[in-house]
Write a protein that binds this ligand. Structure first.
Ligand SMILES: Nc1ncnc2c1ncn2[C@@H]1O[C@H](COP(=O)(O)OP(=O)(O)OP(=O)(O)O)[C@@H](O)[C@H]1O
Ligand SMILES: [Mg+2]
Length: 217
């Protein structure tokens, strides 16, 4: 598949499959097209010269409402830039995907509390995002991406603003939880130590995606 922004081409002939229970990492320099590819796979941006399928269905053939429902109910997102809602508590932020899917407040908050507990954040659940550390808020974003047990999680630099020790901890929790839920994880990262923990690895360079041998560093 390709992606163009006007006359410039951000993704060139990329081909990739994500499988449930597997983590796929993409590394590459800033501006190489990693986030752009992620947005194509998640049905956020439409592709040119190719197609994206989810459970056999072509995303390009879905109408806006079907695509929104798919993203909301079946996909989880950890965005490159922090995005917790400041007026909601940690627990309410985490419960958001369930609330958007129409679940009642009590069970949604209970499910959020459970995921927060698994990520070591139970004590923070009544705080606002401004009252937790940067690393804690990244873990909350991870909890929110997993709370509705999505089929696919798209994680764009989920450990971006963390030191290497915290990044390793967050990543380990994230991957264990995702794997135990049978989630397909797409992990975009600058960090080769993070990428080394993935089942499948790719690099992106100037819009071109290349698979890497397992075991290569
Ligand atoms: N909305 C946009 N309109 C036009 N050009 C864009 C847009 N978004 C990204 N680009 C360009 O497309 C190219 C790929 O950008 P992208 O955000 O996918 O890179 P990236 O690999 O995610 O970089 P980073 O590691 O810095 O996040 C860059 O040259 C960027 O400037
Ligand atoms: Mg990016």
């Amino acid at each position: 598949m390709d992606l163009h922004y006007g006359s410039s081409q951000a993704v060139r002939g990329a081909s990739i499959a994500l499988r449930r229970g597997e983590v796929t990492a993409i590394t590459g320099q800033s501006g190489s097209g990693k986030s752009s590819l992620l947005y194509c796979l998640a049905g956020v941006l439409p592709v040119a010269n190719g197609e994206v399928r989810f459970e056999g269905r072509l995303l390009g053939e879905l109408d806006d409402e079907e695509l929104s429902a798919l993203r909301r109910d079946r996909f989880g997102f950890v965005f490159q830039y922090g995005e917790l809602l400041p007026e909601l508590t940690v627990e309410e932020n985490t419960a958001l995907p369930l609330r958007l899917a129409g679940q009642r407040k009590a069970p949604a908050l209970a499910a959020a509390g459970e995921v927060l507990g698994r990520l070591g954040l139970a004590d923070l659940r009544d705080r606002r995002p401004s009252q937790v550390s940067g690393g804690q808020s990244q873990r909350v974003a991870v909890a929110r991406a997993l709370v509705h047990r999505p089929a696919v999680v798209f994680a764009d630099e989920p450990t971006g603003s963390l030191d290497s020790e915290n990044a390793a901890t967050v990543l380990k929790e994230f991957l264990e939880l995702a794997r135990s839920q049978g989630t397909a994880v797409l992990l975009v990262t600058h960090d080769s130590a993070v990428a080394a923990q993935a089942d499948n690895r790719y690099t992106m360079s100037d819009g071109v995606l290349t698979a890497r041998e397992q075991g290569a560093s």
